[in-house]
Design a protein around this ligand. Structure first.
Ligand SMILES: *[C@@H]1O[C@H](CO)[C@@H](O)[C@H](O)[C@H]1NC(C)=O
Ligand SMILES: *[C@@H]1O[C@H](CO)[C@@H](O)[C@H](O)[C@H]1NC(C)=O
Length: 343
């Protein structure tokens, strides 16, 4: 005879098995959850008050561009291109440029992205990819990758230089045992690192300043001369301007991923996030226009870097996601973690 109690315990065991099976299934699709400290200590970004080029939807860039190599459309590219198939362009090599279908000198509205609302959210535009690299033994790097559809100058000697379609910038926070140690601010070819203690904070969250047009990230407001990479001055030849224009909370409209340095594989923390695009090795904007293009002009003729329009950037996969130091490698510059906040 089966007692009521044993029947009950059978039922409990069956339920447990069932719950366990569901958990295992979820475990397959969703490897883990975003570490809470990655959200808790995520930087907030002040966008410059006069910058018309706001953070932009990563996927929308594909709708306003066509893939080209040497100004010729890539044959047999998937149509439509989406964040779930973008990496198929890798078959055409690393010199694929997502090229604007509009003449960008007509300033199409999509270049301007989406202004964050009062809560700091870029409504309807997923403009950030947060990528977590767990090095093991307690060290975790969280990359906050910011996407803007357009990079404007800023002007040098009153003339536009280095305008380009597509702009990837980032801050990175290095954690040890869940505690933030240092913050990296990407700026043009290089950037700066500060200790977590040194950076400005709102609550416990580091604050970054995105420069007018170039979207280089700085630890302080005001003017930053970046003529010499890694040595910023308050005045100079190549000035970036920052202020407390619009406060942006990149976490509110973001995709979250983990990154495995050994396999170079990205995994989404939520099965609804697209992953394939992270493997795309091409560029996110137009190729630098030749000097024969009437829109193009170089301050110093023959010096590509002084052109009004330069090439679009590569994406997150090319931003040294498995770093030994907090800084990127750049001409063997030593990685200085500044203990005091500065320009
Ligand atoms: C910011 O850039 C815009 C052009 O995008 C320009 O009109 C404005 O003067 C710039 N502001 C500062 C402070 O440089
Ligand atoms: C990733 O970086 C760590 C340093 O934190 C290094 O020991 C490791 O070899 C790197 N892995 C790869 C695959 O480069």
């Amino acid at each position: 005879m089966v007692s009521f109690n044993s029947l009950l315990s059978c039922l409990v065991v069956a339920l447990r098995l069932r719950l366990g099976a569901t958990a295992a299934l979820n475990g397959k699709r969703q490897t883990s959850t975003v570490p809470s400290f990655v959200k808790d200590y995520a930087p907030l970004v002040w966008l410059q008050s006069q910058d018309p080029y706001f953070p932009s939807d990563i996927g929308a860039q594909l709708q306003h561009t066509k893939p080209e190599v040497n100004f010729v459309v890539v044959p047999n590219a998937p149509n439509p291109l989406t964040l779930n198939n973008l990496d198929s362009l890798n078959a055409a090599g690393a010199n694929v440029y997502l090229t604007s279908v509009d003449d960008i000198t007509t300033k199409p509205a999509w270049l301007k992205g989406v202004k964050p609302d009062a809560s700091g959210k870029t409504n309807g535009a997923i403009s950030t990819a947060i990528i977590v690299n767990d090095h093991g033994s307690g060290t975790v790097d969280a990359f906050y990758m910011y996407f803007y559809a357009f990079n404007y100058g800023p002007p040098v000697l009153g003339r536009d230089v280095d305008d380009h379609v597509g702009d990837w910038e980032h801050t990175m926070v290095r954690f040890l045992n869940g505690k933030p140690q240092a913050v990296w601010f990407s700026q043009h070819a290089y950037g700066e690192a500060f200790s977590y203690n040194a950076v400005e904070k709102r609550g416990i969250r580091p604050v970054a300043y995105s420069a007018n047009g170039s979207h280089a990230n700085y630890a302080t407001t005001g003017t930053h001369d970046h003529t010499i990479p890694g040595l910023n001055l308050p005045r100079g030849f190549l000035e970036d301007k920052c202020d407390q224009g619009t406060l942006w909370d990149p976490t509110l409209s973001a995709y979250y991923y983990s990154y495995n340095a050994n396999t170079k594989a990205f995994a989404a923390y939520d099965p609804s996030y697209p992953v394939a695009w992270l493997n795309y090795i091409g560029k996110w904007g137009d190729q630098q226009y030749p000097n024969s293009d009437p829109r193009q002009r170089e301050i110093v003729p023959g010096v590509d870097a002084t052109a009004r329009f330069t090439s679009g950037p590569t994406g997150p996969e090319d931003k040294q996601l498995n770093r030994t130091d907090v800084c990127t490698d750049y001409n063997n510059l030593p990685c200085v973690i500044r203990p005091v906040r500065g320009p």
